[in-house]
Design a protein around this ligand. Structure first.
Ligand code: HEC
Length: 108
């Protein structure tokens, strides 16, 4: 009986963990390319999660060249994940890079 319980709770724990993880991956990847309204929208939905929270460096207010931003978004850079065209398409990436390059810093 005791053995049954521990196996039961172990499976329950694994089941719940896997469910929660798969829920998050759905949330992360459910947003397909082509649905972003503009550069600000992409930034808020994807980039700000790391870049306005101190996980990644501050991007706004630095006048980063748009080509530099696009390149890093497509290819990734060390801890920075790469985003494919299925996640952020060409046009969205262009709008996003211009937004990041021209946006004022958060504290201004
Ligand atoms: C999961 C977290 C995460 C997300 C989401 C993310 N980044 Fe980053 N990004 C990072 C980290 C961490 C670095 C620093 C990489 C390093 O130096 O190791 C970085 C670095 C960068 C750099 C280089 C900054 C510099 O100082 O030269 C740019 C540009 C950049 N990210 C743009 C973006 C854009 C645009 C988005 C949205 C599409 C984005 N990132 C989404 C984590 C993230």
């Amino acid at each position: 009986m005791k053995l049954f319980h521990s196996i039961f709770f172990k499976s329950l724990f694994i089941y719940i963990t896997v469910s929660i993880l798969s829920l998050f991956s759905t949330v992360l990847y459910a947003d397909a390319a082509g649905q972003w309204r503009n550069g600000t929208h992409v930034y808020i939905k994807i980039c700000s999660y790391c870049h306005d929270t101190g996980i990644g460096p501050e991007l706004k207010g630095r006048n980063l060249p748009p080509e530099y931003v696009s390149n890093i978004v497509r290819k990734g850079f060390r801890a920075m994940p790469a985003f494919r065209a299925t996640e952020i398409d060409k046009e969205e990436l262009q709008m996003l890079s211009i937004h990041v390059g021209t946006a004022a810093a958060n504290n201004q």
